[in-house]
Ligand binder design. Structure first.
Ligand code: SF4
Length: 221
C-alpha cells in the first residue's frame, strides 16, 4: 500500500489543491514542457556532482529502484549499523507521508545531518518548504542534528545554508497543512479555477486539463 503524500506532492499541494488531487488520482493528465525537462535534468546533474563528494555513500535508489515503499525499511537497517553512515535517497515515513532525502550523514553519535541539494543559486521559499516537510517527517523517526540546503556557489563550488532553526519552527504548520491536504484527497476533484497559482512557483503541468474544464463550461452556457 503506497503512502498518500510525498515531498513533491506536498509542494504541489502548496501551489494548488487541485494539482495535488490530480497528482494523486489522475497524474496521466500532466503535460510537462521541454523547459521543465531541461530544469529537471540540470537539477539532477548538479545533485550528482554534490553526491560525488560522498564516495562511500550507499544509494538506496540503486538498490530498490522504484520500490519506494521499501525505502524506509532498508534505510532503518542501514542507519542501525555501527559508526558513520552516508546514504543517498534515504526513505523515511510517518503518518502516511514518505520523504526521500538527497544525502543523509549519520554521525558517530547516531544523530543525522541532512543535505537537500537544489540547483538554484539562492535559497527560495519553496526550498525552505521542501526542507520543512522533510524535517517534519524525519525528526519523528530519528534525531536530526543539522538540516542544510546545498545550492550552487561561485564557479563549481557549493553554497551550504543551515536552515535547521527555520524548519524546526515550521513543524506545526507542516502538520496543519498535511491534515488539510489529506482532507482534499478524501474528496472529489476540487473545482479550483486557473489563476496566478498556475505558474508560481512552477508552471503547473495540468494547465491543459483545467483549460478543458473551462472550455466545456463555455460550451454548456
Ligand atoms: S492548472 Fe492551475 S488550477 Fe489547474 S491544477 Fe494547475 S495550478 Fe491548479
Amino acid at each position: 500500500m503506497g503512502h498518500l503524500l510525498s515531498k513533491s506532492k506536498y509542494i504541489r499541494g502548496l501551489q494548488c489543491e487541485r494539482a495535488l488531487w490530480l497528482d494523486v488520482y489522475n497524474p496521466r493528465e500532466a503535460r510537462y514542457s521541454a523547459d521543465a525537462f531541461r530544469r529537471f535534468d540540470a537539477g539532477r546533474t548538479f545533485e550528482q556532482t554534490y553526491k560525488n563528494t560522498y564516495p562511500n555513500a550507499i544509494d538506496i535508489s540503486e538498490r530498490l529502484k522504484y520500490n519506494r515503499d521499501d525505502y524506509p525499511q532498508l534505510t532503518e537497517e542501514l542507519l542501525d549499523g555501527e559508526g558513520v553512515v552516508d546514504l543517498f535517497e534515504a526513505g523515511f515515513a510517518y503518518d502516511d507521508v514518505l520523504v526521500l532525502a538527497d544525502v543523509v550523514h549519520k554521525r558517530e553519535d547516531g544523530i543525522l545531518d541532512i543535505y537537500e541539494v537544489k540547483g538554484g543559486r539562492e535559497v527560495t521559499v519553496t526550498f525552505i518548504e521542501d526542507a520543512a516537510v522533510q524535517y517534519y517527517v524525519i525528526s519523528q523517526v530519528r534525531e536530526v542534528g543539522r538540516f542544510s540546503l546545498v545550492c550552487r556557489g561561485e564557479g563549481d563550488s557549493f553554497s551550504l545554508t543551515d536552515v535547521t532553526e527555520i524548519v524546526m519552527e515550521r513543524k506545526a504548520l507542516v502538520a496543519e497543512r498535511m491534515a488539510a491536504m489529506k482532507k482534499v484527497l478524501a474528496g472529489g476533484e476540487p473545482g479550483t479555477e486557473p489563476g496566478d497559482q498556475c505558474t508560481r512557483p512552477y508552471e503547473c503541468p495540468y494547465g491543459k486539463h483545467c483549460a478543458k474544464g473551462i472550455r466545456q463550461l463555455m460550451m454548456d452556457l
